[in-house]
Design a protein around this ligand. Structure first.
Ligand code: CAP
Ligand code: MG
Length: 412
C-alpha cells in the first residue's frame, strides 16, 4: 500500500467527532502551492514523510488530513484521536507543532488554534481550582484578585522581600508573587524567603482579617520543583508559581500530578512565550499555549493586558474567553493581567477583560512616591472603584494614595 503526500489532502473532508482539529496559518515556499504545502504539513505531523512509502499494513486510519484551505492563508488539519498517547502533552505537541515548524515546504507556519475533542481533553486533569480560586483560597469576592511582584526583580534579601510583602498585603493586595528570575539564589535563598514571607503573611492576615497568600516561584528541575512545592505546603502556602514555558510541559504535568494531594493551586507565568507567539506568521499562538496550559492543569495564567501596559500581547480578550469556555468538563482558568500596570489604567484593562481576573502590578505599586503600602492602597482602590462603577478620579477624592498615583502616572 502506498503513502504519498496527495493522500493527506482532501478539501471536501468532514472530520470525525474525535479528531483533533488544528488551524494553521501557512505561507508556502516559493516553489510550492498552498495545497502541496498543506498536504506536507498533514503528512509530516502524522504518518507520512518526504519519500513515498510502501507499507504492508494499512496505516491510513492514522493519517492526518488537510482540509478547509482558505484565502486568508489558513488551513485546517484533522488528526485522528488514536495518533495520540493518553495525557502526554509532549507527544501531542511533537505531532502538531513539531518538525513542521522547520519544513522547507513552508516559508512560515503558525499554529493558530486547536479544537480539542472529548477523547483527548478528558485524558488531562485540567485545573484543580480554576477561577474558583478567588473564593476558595482568597477573599477577593466579586473584585479581581490582586497580586504584586516585588521590585527590583532580583537583589532583595529575604527579610526585605518579606517586608515588601507585608506592606503590600497591608495596603490591600491578596497575593505576593515572586518574579520570574527569582528562585533560589545566594542573595535570597528559597527556604528562608518562604519562611520569612509566610511569617509576615500571618501578621498581615491577623491585622486585616483577610486571607493573604504568596505565589511562590518553584521553577527548577522537576524533582526539585516538587520538593519546593512540598515545602510551600508544609509552611501553609496554597499556591505555587511555575514558569511553564521555560520549565516545560512535561515538568508542569508532573507538578500538577504531584501537587494534587497538597491542595495547591498553580500560578502559570509564561516567560519565553513570545519566542513562540510574537511573530504573526510563524510559531505557536498564545491562544494555543493557553490551551496546553489549561489541559496540563494550571489555575491562573498570564494572558496579557489587552493592549495596555509595557508588553506586546495578542488577543487577550479572545484567549480569556477560551479559558472560560466549556472544555469537556475541565475547570476553567483565571486569567492574569500583568506587565506595566498601574492604578491609572486598571479601569481600562478591566473594561476589556471584565472583573473575573487577577491583576498584578510590580512597578505600579512599588514605584509609588509614598512607597509600597500606599501603592497597594491605590491599586486596590482603583480596582474597587471599577467594580462599583466609579471613576478613578472620583475615588481619588477619598483615597489620597490613589490621587498621588494618578498624578504620577496619569490614566493612560
Ligand atoms: C510585571 C512582571 C511580569 C510580567 C510578565 C515583569 O512587572 O513581573 O513578569 O507581567 O508578563 O517582570 O515584567 P511590572 P506577562 O508590573 O513592573 O511590569 O504577564 O505578559 O506574561
Ligand atoms: Mg516578572
Amino acid at each position: 500500500m502506498g503513502i504519498q503526500y496527495d493522500d493527506f489532502l482532501d478539501t471536501a473532508y468532514s472530520p470525525a467527532a474525535d479528531d483533533l482539529r488544528c488551524t494553521f496559518r501557512i505561507v508556502p515556499a516559493s516553489d510550492m502551492s498552498m495545497e502541496a504545502a498543506a498536504a506536507r504539513v498533514a503528512s509530516e505531523s502524522s504518518n507520512g514523510t518526504w519519500a513515498a512509502l510502501d507499507v504492508e499494513t494499512d496505516v491510513s486510519r492514522l493519517s492526518a488530513v488537510a482540509y478547509a484551505l482558505r484565502d486568508d492563508g489558513t488551513v485546517k488539519v484533522a488528526y485522528p484521536a488514536d495518533l495520540f498517547e493518553d495525557g502526554n502533552l509532549a507527544q501531542v505537541l511533537s505531532c502538531i507543532a513539531g518538525n513542521i515548524m522547520g519544513m522547507k515546504a513552508v516559508e512560515s507556519i503558525r499554529l493558530e488554534d486547536c479544537e480539542w475533542p472529548a477523547a483527548l481533553a478528558e485524558d488531562f486533569p485540567g485545573p484543580r481550582y480554576g477561577s474558583a480560586v478567588k473564593h476558595r483560597l482568597l477573599d477577593a469576592g466579586d473584585r479581581p484578585a490582586l497580586a504584586t511582584v516585588p521590585k527590583p526583580k532580583v537583589g532583595l534579601p529575604p527579610e526585605a522581600h518579606a517586608q515588601v510583602g507585608y506592606d503590600a498585603w497591608m495596603g490591600g493586595v491578596d497575593l505576593l508573587k515572586d518574579d520570574e528570575n527569582l528562585t533560589d539564589q545566594s542573595f535570597n535563598p528559597f527556604e528562608e524567603r518562604v519562611t520569612r514571607s509566610f511569617d509576615r503573611a500571618d501578621e498581615a492576615e491577623s491585622e486585616t482579617g483577610d486571607r493573604k497568600d504568596y505565589l511562590v516561584n518553584i521553577t527548577a528541575e522537576t524533582d526539585e520543583m516538587v520538593r519546593r512545592a512540598e515545602f510551600v505546603a508544609d509552611h501553609g502556602g496554597r499556591f505555587v508559581m511555575v514558569d511553564i514555558v521555560t520549565a516545560g510541559w512535561s515538568a508542569l504535568q508532573t507538578v500538577r500530578e504531584r501537587t494534587d494531594d497538597l491542595d495547591l493551586a498553580i500560578h502559570a507565568h509564561r516567560a519565553m512565550h513570545a519566542a513562540f507567539d510574537r511573530l504573526p506568521h510563524h510559531g505557536v499562538s498564545m491562544r494555543c499555549l493557553a490551551q496546553f496550559a489549561r489541559l496540563a492543569g494550571v489555575d491562573h495564567l498570564h494572558t496579557g493586558t489587552a493592549g495596555f501596559g509595557k508588553l506586546a500581547n495578542e488577543d487577550t480578550v479572545g484567549i480569556n474567553a477560551w479559558l472560560r469556555s466549556d472544555l469537556h468538563g475541565l475547570a476553567d482558568v483565571l486569567p492574569v493581567a500583568s506587565g506595566g500596570l498601574h492604578p491609572g489604567i486598571v479601569d481600562s484593562v478591566l473594561d476589556e477583560t471584565g472583573g473575573d481576573v487577577m491583576i498584578q502590578a510590580g512597578g505600579g505599586i512599588h514605584g509609588h512616591p509614598d512607597g509600597t503600602r500606599a501603592g497597594a492602597e491605590a491599586f486596590r482602590a482603583a480596582a474597587e472603584a471599577w467594580v462599583e462603577g466609579e471613576s478613578p478620579d472620583e475615588r481619588a477624592e477619598e483615597v489620597p494614595a490613589l490621587r498621588v498615583a494618578l498624578d504620577k502616572w496619569g490614566t493612560e
